[in-house]
Ligand binder design. Structure first.
Ligand code: ATP
Length: 406
């Protein structure tokens, strides 16, 4: 690859990159690895910095934290540390070898050379290291990752790769789509064999969940889902995978203010029917995200069935009040009439009365749940244009509260 940038050139392109290179001096040899190398070599802008260090990283991590005033997160088991420098995520890791005691489990790790560290990685395009200690440092590329980058090939480093870590199946698809690349034929055969053999069942739901969210976060994730179907993932997905539905939910998320990844995930899980909530639980998303997906799965199908295009404003309000943006996005994808939904989002959801419970109490209504119910019924009447102005609202609410209390 002619005129390929060196590690130092790539790091200098980041805010505070020059200072970071200076701060690395005097510590064990450091290499730029992973996505930053891959992206810089293919002419894209790298987004974060992965540094592999051939030696103990603790004192380097603390020195960087001190120098840049950056908070440090350390992970002892893997000898890794993370900090933000100039707004960029910097990951430090001691170069290590990995040995998988059981397929799909977490590996045993041991300190090792940079070459061994590259040999534990997922694909050749992610297994190139650029030395950072030397201005003109030559790339370390034992698997010809740079050639695969040029030929747009996704290739595993050894035949057991997908069995050792089945999350690589999703990663391979993600890189195919993102890098406009294809799995090399033997890699694809290994992927199909791993999927057919049930490899995905050996990996924790949490790790699969994390990779699934990354996949659904890709711009072209619909193509990734189509590829999942093509490779046989849906055999393990009782209700099937519907990429178009997931794409529609993500698109509708733009209208409803929903999170597009969670909307797509809800659409994906819908294919599991009654098994969806338990699979969702196994994916171990953070509590907020899981709650939103669960609510969407619960609310969207009935909403899509009941929301008519000619519904009255009060009916629209009752159907949509309390439904999450993800639920609405999924309902739209499932064919809910868009007009009522959009009118709810544009105006109905903000509708309020000119009166409050205080006005009813001032009118002599005793505090009770009837006040809340009367105010809501008054609001619904107002939405349908049956009440005009404060006095009309108050009269209706008093009558409703007295009737409701009776
Ligand atoms: P991106 O985040 O853009 O998808 P990245 O390469 O930065 O790409 P990370 O998930 O941050 O991806 O991982 C950093 C590097 O760690 C990868 O480039 C790869 O070399 C290695 N890696 C990550 N996950 C695995 C895995 N499951 N198996 C083997 N190597 C992995």
């Amino acid at each position: 690859m002619t005129n390929a940038p060196t590690g130092q050139e790539i790091v200098r392109g980041f805010p505070e990159g020059g200072a970071l290179l200076e701060a690395l001096a005097g510590f064990p040899p450091a290499y730029l690895v992973g996505g930053a190398v891959r992206d810089a070599l293919r002419g894209a802008v790298p987004v974060d910095v992965d540094i592999a260090v051939e030696g103990e990283i603790g004192s380097l991590a603390w020195a960087l934290s001190d120098h840049f005033g950056a908070e440090l997160l350390e992970h002892e088991r893997f000898g890794t540390a993370r900090l933000a420098i100039g707004g960029v995520r910097v990951d430090l890791a001691r170069t290590r070898s990995e040995c998988y005691a059981a397929p799909g489990g977490l590996p045993e790790v041991a300190p090792a050379s940079i070459e061994d560290d590259l040999a534990r990685r997922d694909f050749t395009v992610n297994a190139v290291a650029l030395p950072l200690g030397d201005e003109a440092g030559e790339a370390i590329d034992p698997f010809d990752g740079r050639a695969d980058l040029v030929s747009k090939t996704i290739r595993v480093l050894h035949p057991r790769s997908f069995l050792d870590d089945p999350t690589r199946l999703l990663r391979a698809i993600r890189y195919e789509v993102r890098l406009d690349s294809s799995m090399e034929p033997q890699t694809e055969r290994l992927a199909r064999a791993a999927i057919d053999g049930g490899a995905l069942g050996t990996v924790s739901g949490a790790r699969l969940g994390a990779e699934l969210l990354l996949l659904l976060g890709e711009v072209n994730f619909v193509a990734a889902l189509e590829r999942m179907v093509d490779l046989g993932f849906h055999e393990r997905w009782p209700g099937g995978i519907d990429p178009a539905l997931c794409g529609s939910a993500a698109l509708a998320a733009l209208d409803t203010g929903a999170d597009r990844v969670l909307s797509a995930l809800a659409a994906l899980l819908l294919g599991l029917g009654s098994g969806a909530p338990s699979v969702l639980e196994q994916l171990e998303l953070d509590a907020g995200a899981a709650h939103r997906v669960r609510a969407a799965l619960r609310d969207a199908p009935p909403l899509a069935a009941e929301l008519r295009g000619d519904a009255k404003p009060s009916e629209i309000f009752v159907s949509l009040d309390g439904v999450s943006p993800e639920g609405m996005a999924l309902a739209l994808a499932l064919g809910a009439a868009p007009e009522p939904l959009l009118s709810y989002l544009a105006s109905l959801q903000y509708a309020t009365l000119e009166i409050s419970g205080d006005d009813l109490r001032a009118a002599g209504i005793a505090p009770s749940p009837a006040i809340g119910a009367a105010l809501r019924a008054t609001l619904l009447a107002k939405l349908d244009g049956l009440l005009d102005g404060r006095e009309a609202e108050l009269a209706a609410a008093i009558e409703l509260a007295r009737g409701g209390a009776a």
